[in-house]
Design a protein around this ligand. Structure first.
Ligand code: NDP
Length: 244
């Protein structure tokens, strides 16, 4: 897919990986829709517009079906079409099983997995009509391996991988694709909060001996959108932490 003038929605793009993904698509000439639950800082929107593309900020909560319907309808009204959907919005509520509340489990699954389903479901009608486009879902290596203290998060991300393969099979006849990215430890606010000791322990387990950069995840999203013959895959971006 040539990304110039395409319209790309990135959910959860007020900061971190999502914002970098939006920037990376804008640098390819794509118009981008930023999204989070709250309005996004005006300076961020201007920085993306300065790359010479359109940038819309449409607040929506991916867990709420009506909010997602409004998001997709607003995109179609304002941008005219929707070509790439990056399901990136995600939360963590870590805790050991015996201390993990039902609310902690459900809220993570609802945001990460059900939120991804909601956005795909509501985008389908227009993408089926145009018979081109793709979905890119942000999973995690934890969805492949599991992790102590992350039963909710790992379940949600494993669910995203299964969802991705099912969607890929179902939409392929309409020339749509669906892939996932499974980042490992990426240098974000989340990983910067770990103690120096814990960061060193983790780095020692990574063959490439460093955390990943958000631009390395973003470049993978752009690659998956551009390559028209990849579907149903989960690409790990993890410095070799998990080798299948
Ligand atoms: P951040 O916490 O920095 O950003 C999450 C984004 O999602 C924010 O923009 C947040 O905005 C938004 N968001 C959260 N809940 C909702 C919701 N219900 N509806 C709409 N937007 C929402 O996360 P990261 O950048 O670190 O991670 C991005 C993705 O990558 C996540 O899916 C995460 O699981 C995944 N990932 C991250 C890794 C890492 O090392 N950082 C490793 C592996 C996977 P707001 O709160 O304002 O709504």
């Amino acid at each position: 897919m040539d990304l110039k003038d395409k319209v790309v929605l990135v959910t959860g793009s007020s900061r971190g990986i999502g914002l970098e993904v939006a920037r990376a698509f804008a640098m390819q000439g794509a118009n981008v829709v930023l999204n989070a639950r709250k309005p996004i800082d005006a300076t961020i929107i201007q920085q993306i517009k300065d790359l010479g593309v359109n940038c819309w900020d449409i607040s929506a909560n991916v867990t709420d079906v009506d909010s997602v319907k409004n998001l997709i309808n607003s995109i179609l009204e304002q941008a005219g079409h929707l070509d790439v959907v990056v399901n990136n919005a995600g939360i963590v509520r870590d805790g050991l099983l015996n201390r993990m509340s039902e609310e902690d489990f459900n809220s993570v699954v609802k945001t990460n997995l059900v939120g991804t389903f909601n956005v795909i479901r509501q985008s389908l009608r227009s993408m089926y009509k145009q018979r081109s486009g793709c979905f890119i879902n942000m999973a995690s290596v934890v969805g492949l391996t599991g992790n102590i203290g992350q039963a909710n998060y790992a379940a949600s991300k494993a669910g995203i991988i299964g969802l991705t393969k099912s969607v890929a099979q179902e939409v392929a006849l309409r020339n749509l694709r669906c892939n996932a990215i499974a980042p490992g430890m990426i240098d974000t606010q989340m990983t910067q909060q770990l103690s120096d000791k814990r960061q060193t322990e983790i780095i020692n387990q990574i063959p490439l001996k460093r955390f990943g950069q958000i631009k390395e995840v973003a470049a993978t999203a752009v690659f998956l959108a551009q390559n028209d013959y990849i579907t149903g895959q989960t690409i790990t971006v993890d410095g070799g932490l998990t080798m299948q």
